[in-house]
Design a binder for this molecule. Structure first.
Ligand code: APR
Length: 238
């Protein structure tokens, strides 16, 4: 086996862009249309929960209209290929969409939560959820009304699975970042964590990210092109 065996991939909204989900900071991105402080912070939710529900309802509805693209499918194929050879692929995603799992990825950490789930501020239950939420919606578990919130990590909150993310990065032969601008921490710090440990790091993105200088290899272009090409190369080598 000549190729890397344990690969950790960080994904961002760029991998889902060609499926029709808007990125955040590109021209026409979500944070051009909405003020993140109003819709993606605990303070914004306390101030105007109806607006926050409206924002996430629209995005949750949008999930039904999109499909995984060639980049998501290539990563699922890579996971299966590495597994067959005794290796391992873990995806740490900043995305709240469910396109990786719909493409077949299994080892997946949703560090910023999941749009297709809600949690109850009253009883902490986490539930799969496809419908809209309003201030009148009751928690099916504790029956309280108005206590549900999107199961999404907002600015100022602690991302999920950080210990698991550090552990998998520590055991990796290669760290790959796909479709992220590298502007939101702690995810943006993973490349430095990997490089400090002597792990090779590669960036696959439409254009050089803010952290581009930290990677020791890169491929630039649309995810649906560069990701399947890179996956084929890796699978040929193992
Ligand atoms: N293929 C590959 N990369 C792409 C594509 C594409 N088709 N389209 C856009 N990109 C790249 C852009 O060049 C940019 O570098 O994807 C990146 C998207 O960056 P952001 O909009 O900043 O999104 P992301 O990095 O996922 O944001 C991180 O910020 O607001 C928060 O919680 C939100 O998880 C999100 C986090």
């Amino acid at each position: 086996m000549n190729g890397p065996v344990n690969i950790v991939i960080l994904t961002g909204s760029g991998i889902s862009a060609e499926s029709g989900i808007a990125t955040f900071r590109d021209t026409g991105g979500i944070w051009e249309k909405y003020d993140y402080a109003q819709v993606a912070t605990p303070e914004g939710f306390a101030e105007n929960p109806a607006l926050v529900h409206e924002f996430y309802n629209e995005r949750r509805r949008g999930l039904a209209a999109v499909e995984p693209n060639a980049a998501h499918f290539a990563l699922a194929k890579l996971e299966a290929g590495l597994k067959r050879c005794g290796g391992r692929l873990t995806i740490i995603t900043q995305n709240v969409d469910d396109l990786h799992e719909r493409a077949g990825s299994i080892r997946l950490l949703h560090m910023h939560g999941e749009l297709s789930k809600v949690t109850c501020c009253g009883c902490d239950e986490v539930l799969k959820w496809r419908e809209d939420i309003s201030l009148e919606t009751s928690c099916p578990t504790c029956k309280s009304a108005g206590t549900l919130r999107p199961y999404v990590v907002w600015f100022g909150e602690i991302p999920r699975f950080m210990d698991e993310a550090s552990d998998v990065i520590m055991g990796a032969d290669l760290f790959v970042s796909i479709g992220t601008s590298g502007s939101v921490y702690p995810a943006a710090g993973f490349v430095a964590e990997a490089r400090t440990l002597g792990i090779d790091a590669m960036e696959l993105n439409l254009e050089p990210s803010e952290n581009a200088i930290l990677f020791n290899d890169s491929r630039y272009g649309p995810a649906t092109k560069v990701v399947p090409e890179w996956v084929s190369e890796v699978l040929r080598k193992i």
